[in-house]
Every structure is written in structure tokens, then in C-alpha cells.
Design a protein around this ligand. Structure first.
Ligand code: PBG
Length: 316
């Protein structure tokens, strides 16, 4: 009888590590950070157990702590005191996000890589990612003008990367026109209309007050269309692209990988995080499930993973 013996490579932890096709390292990870303009100290987010909203002062201490683990990339989300119908607080040069960029870059310089979410959903009363037509669809080109202003303000404040997340057509090209060359663009290229964003919307208070985001975010049934979006962002000059959520869209990650050698990000979103955290807390899953979920994303082809677990990964 002829057959292959695979077990020999799996007998010990050392053998298994030596025979690993992929691994996880601190440089793979990006930690999302929420900063709230009205806070004086950190506040736990009920919808995202284990995650906080930070004040300007406390976010500096948080970054300092996380740097000790080797993770040095951060994605900043701002939450303003006041939402308006035009979202003007998003491009105020004195906005919470601008101040965070300035303070963190002054203190940590090149030690950290900062990315900012460029979107209107936390700043608009409607909770949508842009201005709306009467029928609830996005006023794409009018929104692009605002997105440009936000990106300009973040770039001037010194951010390393801007990440337009609103799924506006042409966002990367529009931003490219108005920001300096040294500021890079991470396209949220394949962002699906996902129910896994629920906890995030509670965390940043950006749930749409009417309708939903299906008129501009990708249909979860469509991988080919997602790849066309990735391609478009690359053609518009994105320095890196993203697939989001990660776990339910591993096929899209693998296919996007084949399109480019530029950094490919995957975002393990709030709902994926909460599902794991709760299952582990309740004893239904072991802690190792976190590692496995991240390894799967890496193996699918992502170079970088944005995850709320990035500040507590001590098991490389
Ligand atoms: C805003 C934005 C969302 C997320 C990141 N940026 C929510 C949305 O599009 O509804 C989701 C992140 C997460 O769920 O962790 N455009």
C-alpha cells in the first residue's frame, strides 16, 4: 500500500512552527483607536467589550503602551461633540482627529504609522457616509468635495495615510488631486454592506437614521464587482487596498492578492471581534480561536490586518 505520511511534520510544537506556511508578527497589525472630542478620560464601549473611546490625553498613553508590544500602526476614528447636516466638523483644522494626529506625530514621529478614517458618517446627523439625494442614494460627486477637504486637513496635520471608507466612487482619485505626494492613500476598496459593522456603529454613534448603506457599499453576493473596485482604486493611485470585513470574505482577499503587489489590508470588523470575544468569555471557544481567525486572514493573502485584538496579541 502506498500513501504519504504527513504526521511527521506535526509531532511537536517546534516541528509545527518550522512547517508553518504563514505566521503572525506585530508588524502585520493595525489597531483602530476611537477618540471622542467630549471625553476627558477613556470610556468603555458597551457594544465592543474590551475596547474604549479615548480622550486626546489618554490616547497618547494608550499608544505608548501598545508600542511596547511591537504594534506601531494605528487607524484613528474621530467622534465629534456635535453632528451637523453638512458634516463640517470633519474638516475643521481644529477637529479632534487633527489634534490627535498632531499630538501623536509630535511625540512619536516615525516610530508610529498613523492612518485616519476619512468619512462623514460620524459627523452627519443622517449617519450616512455622505450627503444624500431625496431617494436615499448617495450624492457621490458632492460628497467627494467634502472628502477632499477632510483628507487635506488630515494631511496638513501630518497623518501618514488617509483611508477613505465611504465607498464613494472616485474617492482615491479625488483625494490624490489635493494631498501632497508624501501622504499615502489606503482605499477601503472592497467594503461590503455588512451586518458585522453593527457594534462599530454604536461605538462611533454613526448608525444611519434612515435607510441603510446598501445603495453604496458592496453587495455581499459579489466578488467580481469587489475586484473591479479594487482595480479601480489601484488605477486611481491607491498605495494600498483593503477588503472588509475579513473573515466572511476570505475568497475576495485571495483574489485581490492576485491583482496587486501593493499592501493588501483586511479589516476584521467589530462584529467579527464581538462574536469571538463573547464566545470565549462564555466558554464556548478557547482563546486560541483569535489566533486562528487571524492566521486564516493572513493565509488568504492579506499582508496587514486591522483588528481590535491588535493590542493584546502576545502569542506570536
Ligand atoms: C465608516 C466605517 C464603518 C466601519 C469602519 N468605517 C462602518 C460602516 O461603514 O457602517 C466598520 C468597522 C467595524 O465594524 O469595525 N464608514
Amino acid at each position: 500500500m502506498r500513501f504519504q505520511r504527513f504526521h511527521q511534520l506535526r509531532t511537536t510544537p517546534t516541528a509545527r512552527r518550522r512547517n508553518s506556511e504563514v505566521g503572525l508578527a506585530p508588524s502585520d497589525f493595525v489597531l483602530p483607536l476611537f477618540v471622542h472630542e467630549a471625553l476627558k478620560k477613556p470610556q468603555n464601549i458597551k457594544a465592543l467589550p474590551g475596547v474604549c473611546q479615548y480622550s486626546l490625553g489618554s490616547v497618547v498613553r494608550k499608544v505608548e503602551q501598545v508600542l511596547k508590544t511591537g504594534v506601531n500602526k494605528f487607524l484613528i476614528f474621530g467622534i465629534p461633540k456635535i453632528k451637523t447636516i453638512d458634516g463640517a466638523n470633519a474638516y475643521d483644522p481644529d477637529s479632534i482627529v487633527s489634534r490627535v494626529i498632531q499630538v501623536l506625530k509630535k511625540k512619536f514621529g516615525q516610530q508610529i504609522e498613523l492612518q485616519t478614517d476619512v468619512c462623514l458618517c460620524s459627523y452627519l446627523k443622517s449617519g450616512h457616509c455622505g450627503l444624500l439625494n431625496k431617494n436615499g442614494t448617495l450624492r457621490n460627486d458632492a460628497t467627494l468635495k467634502i472628502i477632499q477637504k477632510i483628507a487635506q486637513v488630515h494631511a496638513t496635520a501630518g497623518v501618514d495615510w488617509v483611508a477613505p471608507s465611504g465607498m464613494c466612487d472616485g474617492a482615491v482619485a479625488a483625494i490624490r488631486q489635493v494631498i501632497p505626494k508624501k501622504t499615502k492613500i489606503l482605499g477601503y476598496s472592497a467594503k461590503f454592506a455588512s451586518s458585522f459593522y453593527g457594534p462599530f456603529r454604536a461605538a462611533t454613534d454613526c448608525a444611519p437614521t434612515t435607510g441603510d448603506r446598501q445603495t453604496y457599499q458592496l453587495n455581499p453576493a459579489n466578488a467580481k464587482e469587489a475586484l473591479a473596485e479594487v482595480k479601480a482604486d489601484l488605477e486611481e493611485g491607491a498605495h494600498a487596498v483593503m477588503v472588509k470585513p475579513a473573515g466572511p470574505y476570505l475568497d475576495v482577499i485571495t483574489k485581490a492578492r492576485q491583482l496587486t503587489r501593493k499592501p493588501l489590508y483586511a479589516y476584521q470588523v467589530s462584529g467579527e471581534y464581538v462574536s469571538l470575544v463573547l464566545a470565549i468569555r462564555q466558554g464556548y471557544l478557547g482563546q486560541e480561536a483569535i489566533h486562528e481567525s487571524l492566521l486564516g486572514i493572513k493565509r488568504a493573502g492579506a499582508d496587514r490586518i486591522i483588528t481590535y485584538f491588535a493590542d493584546r496579541l502576545d502569542f506570536w
